[in-house]
Design a protein around this ligand. Structure first.
Ligand code: NOJ
Length: 561
């Protein structure tokens, strides 16, 4: 496999809105990020992915762009962005921008014109269903209060498509002029010095514009009731990705990462195979839906998830891409609850160790890890109780959908305490001061009340903190070639509580042992030396380790001959 900077990188994701506010308006901004570049560098990460900061009405926190070539004033100016690009480069880090080209904001000039008349040149840049053909065939709109993806527009007497909210009309990639415009826009960002893109909802860009009826039967049979899969299987998807790669990426050292809902491990090589020239890596979804109850909206089993299922997903993905393409790893991001609340144990007793175990996993698996800001402190879910506390369009709209149908809104709110996206979007906890040091104004979303105990300042001076551990393990990953390019081999695939695997190459062999439970477990590694442990000691007697709750141990074994 070719060596690439992005295969060796550890990515740190900054959610600008909640990271640091410099001007007291309660919203994080670019100057805030600039003031913390040394903190970011201190983590030892190689690249920073920042969520959208382009001009946007903010319906979906910036995933509804109205101007791709300008910075939203609430986040700063283009000069600030240039300073961010330069500041990261000076510190030997790269910058990856989040780019949303499946849809725009309805306030984007293209759509403003398109919606005036069918004769406008931009009409064809979006998807329409002419009303003279009757009602459009059902499609699911994720952020629509009725769950529908078509919205009627009187001026054109037609319906436009929006997979997300009615304020996020889907672009028509069938239009070559639009595609050229998108490529030119992406190149203009590369010319400013950015090092790549995280392409939002990119697997949804190709649609079957003959709009076949989707009956419940087809859905069940062909698409297993799985909209992500259906939306990601558009007829020209690979053609568009290849064209975009050739137009924008070819011959440059930039990375393109696709957010790839609906793509299975088996299909992944079609997107990231090294000979494909479509995407470099994808963020898959099979990992983060582990433990969800089938056919329900973001509802997790209250008994927790099964390690066997978790291990199976990551092992399958590794195998599917082995020798073919490059994997990614993440357990948290701005669309997910807090990593430690979802995958570990966020109670006082095990929060620290379980967060450290999860970082051990992320940083020792094969694939490029993305660490989400705040997770390095072990920040936890806020668990809002009332709908009014939520800012997220997803939670609010799904709540409305359920309410309109007379469904169980209380139950939905309970589920959202575990899985809602706002859990991951509360302000970064810098210190024990006002609003956790995030802002001097009124924060746009509530600060988690546990900031007095969980904050960066406290962890800076604690050598046993999650933060200190993350720095240490990131450094080890960067020093050990085997942790990047080495093979992955599952050990003991049947163990119900312990996930163990080896990373190996001709010169090195590391055994990773992760106790995914709050109980002691016995594990027999057979020998070797401890390289990493998330507890001060490792109880190792006669070849057997008595693993403490949530203990993670990495052991150096003799290399194979
Ligand atoms: C995925 C983004 O990560 C999410 O935050 C957003 O709501 C949707 N795509 C729509 O753009």
């Amino acid at each position: 496999m070719d060596r690439k900077w992005w295969k060796e990188a550890v990515i740190y994701q900054v959610y600008p809105r909640s990271f640091k506010d410099s001007d007291g308006n309660g919203v994080g901004d670019l100057k805030g990020i600039l003031s913390e570049l040394d903190y970011i560098a201190s983590l030892g990460v190689d690249a920073v992915w920042i969520n959208p900061v382009y001009v946007s009405p903010g319906e979906d926190n910036g995933y509804d762009i109205s101007d791709y070539r300008a910075i939203d004033p609430q986040y700063g100016t283009m000069e600030d962005m240039q300073r961010l690009i330069d500041g990261l480069h000076e510190r030997k880090m790269r910058i990856i921008l989040d780019m949303v080209v499946n849809h725009t904001s309805d306030e984007r000039e293209w759509f403003q014109r398109a919606r005036q008349s069918r004769d406008d040149a931009h009409y064809g840049w979006y998807h329409w269903w002419p009303a003279e053909k009757g009602e459009p065939p059902y499609r699911c709109g994720f952020f629509d209060s009725e769950g529908k993806a078509w919205q009627y527009n009187a001026a054109t007497n037609s319906w436009y498509l929006h997979y997300f909210s009615p304020h996020q009309p889907d672009l028509n990639w069938g239009n070559a002029e639009l595609r050229r415009e998108i490529y030119a826009m992406l190149i203009s960002w590369l010319d400013k010095g950015v090092d790549g893109f995280r392409m939002d909802a990119i697997t949804f860009i190709s649609k079957d514009a003959s709009w076949p009826e989707i009956t419940a039967a087809t859905l069940k049979q062909k698409y297993c009731n799985d909209w992500g899969h259906y939306y990601a299987s558009g007829p020209k998807l690979h053609e568009y990705l290849r064209e975009m790669y050739a137009a924008v990426l070819e011959g440059r050292d930039a990375v393109i990462i696709g957010e790839s809902s609906g793509v299975s491990a088996e299909k992944a090589p079609d997107f990231v195979g090294e000979d494909r020239k479509e995407l470099d890596m994808i963020y898959q979804f099979e990992g983060i839906i582990v433990g969800y109850l089938p056919g329900q909206f973001k509802k997790v089993d209250r008994d927790g998830y099964r390690l066997a299922e978790f291990r199976d997903v990551y092992t399958r993905w590794d195998r599917a891409l082995d020798g073919k393409g490059w994997n990614t790893l993440y357990l948290g991001n701005h669309d997910q609850p807090r990593m430690v609340s979802r995958w570990g144990d966020d109670g006082d007793e095990f929060r620290g160790v379980s967060a450290k175990l999860l970082f051990t996993f992320l940083l020792t698996m094969r694939g490029t890890p993305s660490l989400y800001n705040g997770d390095e402190l072990g920040m936890t879910n806020i668990r809002f109780r009332r709908i009014g506390e939520y800012r997220d369009i997803e939670t609010r709209r799904v709540f409305e959908q359920i309410r309109k149908k007379g469904g169980a809104t209380e139950e939905f709110l309970r589920d959202q305490q575990l899985t809602g996206r706002d859990n991951g979007r509360t302000p970064f906890q810098w210190n024990a001061g006002l609003h956790a040091g995030f802002t001097e104004g009124e924060p746009w979303i509530a600060v988690n009340g546990n900031y007095r105990a969980i904050n960066a300042a406290a962890q800076e001076v604690d050598p046993e903190s999650v933060l200190a551990y993350v720095r240490r393990v990131v450094r080890i990953r960067r020093e050990r070639e085997v942790l990047v390019y080495g093979g992955y081999r599952l050990i003991d695939p049947e163990d119900a509580e312990v996930y163990a695997y080896e990373r190996w190459n001709e010169a090195e062999r590391l055994l990773v042992v992760l106790n995914f439970s709050g109980r002691e477990q016995l594990f027999r590694p057979g020998g070797g030396e401890v390289l990493i442990s998330n507890y001060a000691g490792v109880a190792w007697v006669a070849g057997v380790i008595r693993l403490k709750p949530w203990q993670a141990v990495v052991i150096e074994l003799p290399a194979e001959k």
